[in-house]
Design a protein around this ligand. Structure first.
Ligand SMILES: [Zn+2]
Length: 250
């Protein structure tokens, strides 16, 4: 292979990787809500059950999440951050299954404690603050401008893992009061318990599936009660008041 061919090959691989990282962004863009939904999904995914074909997109999503940061939140600078184990291109790296599982366990425990106790105290990983006596360059969506009233400032994480924990912290701050555990259960009484972001104030279940399950059961109960009532009426002698305590109105 000539020198030009190697460079060409390198560029091709680089473009491919970048495309995957940008594609992975779709999973958590363009709103902070979507980023929180993505994070909750990652935290509650059983990684041990994911085969390589399913883990591969997820590791790019994780890498992309840390690389770009959730929308509308201040980005963490990764210039000096210890990367994920698997280097792919330029300064970009992706996590191994072991690394993904380790950070998942750590953050998941924080989230579980918060949901269980209703409160949480934890240490934010140490980060380096950078501030310069020059006006800030502000990026807002596709537009950017210089804000002369604010200094240029940012945080530098010492590892990509720390950056992920920091983003979890920012998102938890924003959505703490909108997180719930799904109370839906199957006919054997197994409760779903999935933690979800309630985007509407009347959203009680994690998914349409869980909501339908409860609605279907309620419907069957109503139907049964109505049938029971009709049969009783047909009977020769209706005993009034016997079932008063258990009678329900719908
Ligand atoms: Zn559920």
């Amino acid at each position: 292979m000539t020198k030009e061919e190697t460079a060409e090959e390198k560029r091709r691989v680089g473009n491919e990787v970048m495309e995957r990282v940008i594609q992975a962004m779709d999973s958590f863009y363009p709103t902070p809500d979507k980023a929180m939904v993505w994070l909750l999904k990652f935290l509650q995914t059983d990684l041990s059950k994911l085969g390589p074909t399913n883990f591969d997109p997820l590791r790019y999503e994780l890498a992309s999440f840390v690389w770009h940061g959730p929308p509308e939140l201040p980005r963490i600078n990764l210039a000096v951050a210890k990367p994920w184990q698997t280097h792919v291109y330029d300064r970009l790296s992706i996590p191994s299954l072991k690394e993904a599982a380790a950070v998942q366990t750590y953050v998941r425990n924080l989230l579980d404690e918060f949901m269980q106790e209703g409160k949480l105290s934890y240490r934010i990983p140490a980060m380096t603050k950078f501030i310069a006596r020059v006006p800030r360059f502000v990026k807002a969506g596709k537009h950017s401008h210089i804000d002369p009233t604010l200094p240029d400032t940012f945080w530098m994480a010492s590892s990509v893992r720390d950056a992920l924990i920091y983003y979890f912290d920012r998102l938890l701050d924003r959505f703490a009061l909108n997180l719930y555990r799904c109370p839906s259960h199957d006919r054997y009484g197994n409760v779903c318990r999935k933690i979800f972001l309630s985007s509407r104030h009347d959203q009680k279940y994690c998914s349409k599936r869980c909501e339908n399950r409860i609605n279907a059961r309620r419907y069957r109960l109503v139907k049964k009660a109505k049938k029971h009532k009709a049969e009783k009426k047909k009977g020769t002698h209706e005993r009034k008041g016997v079932h008063r305590g258990t009678k329900r109105r719908y």
